[in-house]
Design a protein around this ligand. Structure first.
Ligand SMILES: [Zn+2]
Length: 100
């Protein structure tokens, strides 16, 4: 975090983890303790992610490694409204297999 604090101008905005909340953490200035917003949860690849629908419904990403399967996943992210974590998981999986 190299954001300058907009209140005191120091480059000390840091993430304070908040495991008790649904948020990953709060961004807070460690000099003046002003709240700067919520920190997004860092992405974590999950090879056990199950495809929730489609031709390969129920398949885990780690079992989707043939050319045909990777083609299907690429088709999915390019042609369907897959969003959020599912899209991030599939895109990372394709990148990992050099199949973007
Ligand atoms: Zn500050």
């Amino acid at each position: 975090m190299n954001n300058l604090c907009k209140f005191c101008g120091t480059p000390t905005v840091e993430v304070i983890l908040t495991p008790e909340l649904i948020h990953h953490g709060r961004l807070e200035c460690s000099t003046c303790h002003t709240f700067h917003g919520w920190a997004p949860k860092p992405f974590e690849y999950n090879p056990d992610f199950d495809l929730p629908f489609g031709k390969h419904k129920g398949s885990k990403l780690k079992h989707m490694a043939t050319t045909d399967q990777l083609d299907y996943l690429r088709w999915m992210v390019n042609n369907t409204a897959v969003k959020g974590n599912m899209r991030a998981q599939i895109e990372f999986h394709l990148k990992k297999h050099n199949a973007q």
